[in-house]
Write a protein that binds this ligand. Structure first.
Ligand code: SAH
Ligand code: MG
Length: 208
């Protein structure tokens, strides 16, 4: 990944440490050169992770679809842990991260390789039939949104393709449970095997 893209990723708002972003980029590139199909990310926020995955898509000649309703997760709302008042649209009082996302992707020069899909993850999933080379789940981290994302998107990963899950914490003291629970479910379903980890990022390969 170029220094220019790295500095755009570093400057974007978000919760993706640089070493995990690099690991995400490497996993996405490997999947995209080895398996047909597009890449999908659930949870665009302000585009930080999309720069890493989008860079891999560009280098492999693929496209990343980044899905988000851009209204924030529960944990982004006022009074919660990850609240940032600067992402609230003053006209509506609602979170709107889409303008930040667009700025990040433009600054990275990735607009031809990263397509924003603005809508609810489950609605998009219900209408999505193209098998994926790479899926990154980093949407809502509550019980219901995390399980919904896992159940509706994970089976769309092509055999040999990659499922990446963020914010997986083995120790409950380090963070919420749902991302860890869906990661455990992916392993125990025997549909995926773990190939690597970096920080709270888990990389799994689809079997079969
Ligand atoms: N991957 C980003 C961070 C994503 S934060 C990064 O590393 O930079 C989680 C995002 O999930 C938020 O932007 C929120 O709006 C989105 N989200 C939560 N629930 C969603 C749902 N049901 N459909 C679409 N997006 C959702
Ligand atoms: Mg995350």
């Amino acid at each position: 990944m170029s220094d220019q893209l790295l500095s755009v990723a570093k400057g974007a708002k978000g919760f993706m440490p640089e070493d995990e972003g690099q690991a995400l980029y490497e996993a996405a590139f490997e999947a995209a050169v080895g398996v047909p199909g597009p890449l999908v990310e659930i949870g665009s926020y302000c585009g930080k992770s999309a720069v890493y995955v989008g860079a891999a898509a560009r280098e492999a000649g693929r496209v990343l679809f980044s899905v988000d309703h851009h209204r924030g997760s529960e944990e982004n709302q006022a009074g919660w842990e990850h609240y940032d008042p600067s992402i609230v649209d003053p006209d509506t009082g609602l979170i709107d991260t889409l303008p930040f996302f667009r700025k990040t992707i433009s600054a990275a020069g990735l607009h031809d390789f990263v397509v924003p899909v603005v809508g609810d993850s489950i609605t998009v999933a219900a209408n999505w039939s193209t098998p994926l080379c790479f899926l990154f789940i980093d949407g809502g981290h509550g019980e219901e949104p995390a399980w919904n994302d896992y159940r509706s998107w994970s089976r769309k990963v092509a055999p040999g393709g990659t499922l990446a899950i963020h914010d997986v914490f083995e120790n409950p003291a380090d963070g919420g449970r749902p991302p860890y629970e869906i990661y455990r479910e992916a392993i125990s379903s025997r549909e995926f095997e773990e190939t690597s980890e970096r920080g709270s990022l888990r990389i799994l390969r689809r079997l079969g």
